[in-house]
Ligand binder design. Structure first.
Ligand SMILES: Cc1cc2nc3c(=O)[nH]c(=O)nc-3n(C[C@H](O)[C@H](O)[C@H](O)COP(=O)(O)OP(=O)(O)OC[C@H]3O[C@@H](n4cnc5c(N)ncnc54)[C@H](O)[C@@H]3O)c2cc1C
Length: 425
């Protein structure tokens, strides 16, 4: 049986952070990185906005601001990003403060989906030069954590340390592995919301601040803003019981496609569940399936004009004269989000939209589109044995799937932190 010092499941930023740290500090370590996809590497492929300010991307249950700051410094030193300038934001910050909203000032870099692909190519080449083995198209299946053996769809592998970084899409897979390794976990937090798409002239703040982070009352916030050549996309979720549903998301291209004059961003409310249903994943699945039921198997989109009148959107609403841009996710079904989103979530979102329209007037133009659902499933909360995300002997759980991050830079930092644990063990 092949044997490695470290096997890493997932070639997203968390897996990469671990691999580069291990090989950079201890050359000669035998590292195998697996990814079920034929390409690498997870979420760096999508838009690749990188945030370098606490607390963006860092769940506060796992990171103090000091810890995050120290790791962010190391991530920045490695990735050497070009930080974008922000201009004229004082006026927005003042308006926000007056109505109880916070505008966070974040250091950001943006590569775009095309720039992200270039970065991945360079990183993969560097990993190879450092001596890592990379196996794409190989899916990790199960684990015997006592014997330190991993079974994939191709072989069995022995490892001294295993870093599991399967991302949000691997949320359920990670739960199976944790059950097999007797790692206790909870998953009682989920973010539920919408993605908003509108003309750039109705949300001009993006010309001065690429991804403005607003925090509203009732645990509601803006997240992942895209502009210039911006598109809404859908992610498919399938479960073992045959349930299929979609969450929307967004990305943009930095230079390889012409600007389309649109902006999209998520507006999310954090929901914390208590007994008797404490599974964020189960809740998210039911919400997703309900949306797919009313959307004919697709996400739902609704123009603000229709939402305000309390009526569903129809295909006609997407071609009337008031509606001056086409949706970038045309396969979404025009419908009534009020029928599928929980009332408490919808109220918080609508309240946030009104506040945002006061800060950046124009957002609530009738043509603005809301897409539902946008759900973030990164709330597995394993019980860790130490500060390096070790959940069992030789077993480290990192990245978004393990709830240790919510974005590229924090995912990278979580992989580094696991590597620190391995190097000091
Ligand atoms: C459309 C979109 C846009 C985004 N834009 C941004 C952004 O601009 N900025 C930002 O900070 N964040 C963004 N994010 C979030 C960001 O991508 C994630 O926070 C980050 O990628 C998490 O890193 P990760 O390493 O934990 O997981 P991932 O990047 O998801 O990587 C996990 C990898 O594990 C592999 N994998 C899963 N299960 C298995 C298995 N069983 N066997 C083998 N391999 C497996 C997957 O194929 C995947 O490649 C975006 C996400 C999406 C979907």
């Amino acid at each position: 049986m092949e044997s490695y010092d470290v096997v890493i499941i997932g070639s997203g930023p968390a897996g990469l952070g671990a691999a580069f740290e291990l090989l950079g500090r201890r050359p000669g370590t035998s590292v195998l990185m697996l990814d079920k996809n034929d390409f690498s590497s997870g979420g760096l492929r999508n838009d690749c906005k990188m945030n370098f300010t606490w607390p963006i991307g860092f769940p506060e249950l796992c990171w103090t601001s000091r810890e995050a700051g120290a790791y962010l410094g190391r991530v920045e030193a490695f990735l050497a990003p070009k930080i974008m300038e922000k201009r004229n934001i004082e006026v927005y910050a003042r308006r926000a403060e007056k109505i109880g909203v916070a505008l966070l000032e974040i250091r950001q870099a943006h590569l775009g989906t095309d720039g992200g692909l270039e970065l991945i190519k360079r990183l993969m080449q560097r990993l190879g030069e450092l001596g890592a083995s990379l196996s794409l198209g190989e899916r990790a299946l199960s684990l015997d954590s006592g014997a330190r053996v991993l079974r994939t769809d191709r072989r069995e592998l022995r490892y001294r340390n295993l870093v599991i970084a399967p991302g949000r899409g691997g949320f359920a897979f990670l739960q199976e592995l944790m059950a097999a390794a007797a790692v206790e976990f909870t998953d009682n937090i989920v973010d539920v919301g919408i993605r908003i798409e509108t003309g750039e002239e109705r949300y001009p703040i993006v010309r001065d601040y690429y991804d403005p982070k607003f925090l509203f009352p009732k645990k509601t916030r803006t997240f992942c803003t895209n502009s210039r050549a911006a598109y809404v996309v859908q992610e498919k979720y399938e479960d073992r019981d045959g349930g299929v549903w979609y969450s929307v998301n967004g990305h943009s291209w930095s230079g390889s496609r012409p600007p389309n004059g649109l902006v999209n961003f998520a507006l999310l409310k954090t929901v914390t569940l208590t007994e008797p249903l404490a599974s964020g994943q189960a809740y998210a699945r039911m919400l997703g399936i309900q949306a797919a039921l009313l959307g004919g198997g697709r996400p739902i989109m609704q123009r603000i004009g229709d939402f305000r009148l309390g009526k569903r959107s129809t295909r006609e609403a997407f071609s009337g004269d008031l509606y001056d841009f086409e949706p970038t996710l045309p396969s979404a079904t025009p419908g009534d989000i009020g029928l599928v989103a929980p009332a408490k979530v919808m109220r918080a979102l609508w309240n946030a939209m009104k506040l945002l329209d006061t800060i950046v007037p124009g957002l609530l133009h009738p043509s603005t589109i809301m897409y539902y659902p946008e759900i973030k499933l990164y709330a597995n909360r394993p019980v860790f044995m130490d500060a390096n995300f070790r959940a069992a002997p030789g077993l480290y759980l990192v990245g978004d799937g393990a709830g240790t991050s919510r974005g590229i830079t924090a995912a990278w930092a979580s992989g580094m932190r696991a590597a620190d644990g391995i190097l000091s063990s």
